[in-house]
Design a protein around this ligand. Structure first.
Ligand code: FAD
Ligand code: NAI
Length: 470
């Protein structure tokens, strides 16, 4: 440590930063963490993963109560949404989770600084606190884990009242009559689902010709079908939004369609969900000469080290998927690397999940990637509607698709849309980490009746076209 106060200081307390800090402390480093907000946990815990899932669960209960309970023989009258209570419960889930992180910092003897961190030089960080006072700390090494912020497009200014991002959408105290969602990606579909289930008319304007375009294309097609049919989503593909404005209690959006004609939309709210930008504002990177790439992300090598040797970076602020578990894996990797261990991250096997209902999840190569790479493959598919478990719970939509190497039968990708896909995909991750063949999954016992039987059946279909129940 030499003359420095800390061995390693982490800037940012999201799932990248706080997990890195815990692992560093476990490995014996004298560790500090700096967070500009008074709540730890970053985007994910405060305005991302956790609150969005809390509202997805609440809205799903309402949707089931209003649409499906009757079929189960449960009759309700006077069903209504209490938005204040729904938001209050979500806030409680967030604060319990955030308190948990505070406890973990204390338990692991990590020093927490609340304030905005900015580099003075490569071993000194100034921390500006809420009351305006400043404190300097010194550290042998730093990890930048400052995450990301919502991005917008030219002509669309976020006014945070009618033209909003996910952050404001998570705190709406009313059920809007209508909402335009710009962007058919993950946030658009998840937050769109929350409000559509509560009764909002959702129109999604998407630049490309499919939903969640980074995932296997069959998943996007299927979720489009289900959201249109079940929740009344309307989709406008190949539309490029060029402007948005607020007019009293309404917001307007202008887009150009594929024929270059102007199309006008109007709704109570406009949710901008066109991606997120890396957040390095005010961090003083120019002072120490840390390089950014052409998309503003902190440039790192395979060891997550920047061009300044004692400064590292992880999570949303660097290249790769903007996912909480990817950020955490990088935090653990880096801590172990700095302790002289030989950790490894298999980026291909970081799963992607969209928490709509049915859920959407994928891991490994998509079918389009295998085609592009010229890798010979075979495909197995099984529809959930063929399962007794799905009939019992009325979760009939969706399928499991397994892609395996044509010659070796090694599983190369698993793509699921269906009930509990977010949890089911873990079987694909484990199988692929152990380089299992489709036949391996096909011969392992899967409890009956479970949704996981669809994986066994898809594996049977992939390995020898011998699914049992279709
Ligand atoms: P962040 O979580 O963004 O944390 C960075 C922290 O650094 C912040 O607390 C910030 O205040 C702090 N900071 C920044 N600059 C400074 C500074 N100069 N000084 C001090 N502190 C600073 N991912 C999933 O995997 N699953 C999901 O279900 C999921 N749902 C999401 C839902 C929504 C609505 C959103 C917006 C995102 C969601 N994500 C989800 C993405 C996930 O939140 C991010 O990938 C994850 O939070 C990235 O972690 P991070 O540690 O890199 O950064
Ligand atoms: P995204 O990248 O998932 O989707 C953005 C969409 O907007 C794309 O489909 C894009 O084609 C479209 N778009 C871009 N410009 C447009 C324009 N001018 N007009 C119309 N459409 C346009 O980004 P999103 O949904 O904002 O999410 C941000 C990040 O947060 C994602 O990278 C995601 O990984 C993460 N996240 C993860 C979740 C999860 O893991 N379940 C949930 C929510 C967010």
């Amino acid at each position: 440590m030499g003359n420095f106060q800390y061995d390693i200081t982490v800037i940012g307390s999201g799932p990248g930063g706080y997990v890195a800090a815990i692992r560093l402390a476990q490995l014996g480093f004298k560790t500090a963490i700096v967070e500009k907000y008074e709540a730890l946990g970053g985007t994910c815990l405060n305005v991302g993963c956790i609150p969005s899932k809390a509202l997805l669960d609440s809205s799903e209960h309402f949707f089931n109560a209003s649409h499906n309970f009757k079929t189960h023989g449960i009759n309700l009258t006077n069903l209504k949404v209490d938005m204040n209570q729904m938001i209050e419960r979500k806030n409680q889930v967030v604060s319990q989770t955030v308190e948990g992180v505070k406890f973990l910092m204390k338990k692991n003897k990590i020093t927490v600084y609340y304030g905005f961190g900015s580099f003075e030089n490569q071993n000194t960080l100034s921390i500006t606190k809420k009351d305006g006072t400043q404190e300097m700390i010194t550290s042998e090494k730093f990890i930048i884990a400052t995450g990301s912020k919502p991005y917008t497009i030219p002509g669309v200014e976020i006014d945070k009242t009618r033209i909003i991002t996910s952050t404001e959408a998570l705190n709406l105290k009313e059920v809007p009559k209508s909402m335009i969602v710009i962007g058919g990606g993950v946030i658009g579909l998840e937050m769109g689902s929350v409000f559509a289930r509560l009764g909002t008319k959702i129109k999604v304007i998407e630049y490309t010709d499919s939903l969640i375009p980074a995932m296997d294309l069959d998943l996007g097609k299927e979720i489009q079908k289900v959201l249109s049919k079940e929740l009344g989503f309307e989709f406008f593909f190949k539309h490029k939004v060029t402007g948005a404005s607020v007019n009293g209690k309404k917001a307007k959006v202008i887009a150009l369609n594929s024929e270059n004609q102007e199309v006008n939309f109007e709704a109570d709210y406009v949710l901008v969900a066109v991606g997120r930008r890396p957040y390095t504002d005010g961090l003083g990177l120019d002072k120490v000469g840390v390089k950014l790439d052409n998309r503003g992300k902190v440039e790192v090598n395979d060891d997550l080290q920047t061009n300044i040797p004692n400064i590292y970076a992880i999570g949303d602020v660097i290249r790769g998927a903007m996912l909480a578990h990817k950020a955490s894996e990088e935090g653990i990797y880096l801590a172990e690397k700095l302790a002289g261990q030989k950790p490894h991250i298999h980026y291909l096997l970081i799963p992607n999940v969209v928490y709509t209902w049915p859920e959407v999840a994928g891991v490994g190569y998509t079918e389009q990637e295998l085609k592009e790479k010229g890798i010979p493959y075979k495909k197995g598919k099984f529809d959930f509607r063929n399962l007794g478990r799905s009939r019992a719970s009325m979760d009939l939509e969706g399928f499991v698709k397994i892609l395996a190497h044509k010659d070796t039968d090694e599983i190369l990708g698993m793509h699921i849309i269906g009930p509990r896909a977010a949890d089911l995909i873990a079987e694909g991750v484990v199988a692929m980490e152990f380089r299992a063949s489709a036949e391996d999954l096909a011969i392992f016992s899967h409890a009956h009746p479970t949704f996981a039987e669809a994986i066994k059946e898809a594996a049977l279909d992939a390995t020898a076209k011998r699914a049992l129940h279709m």
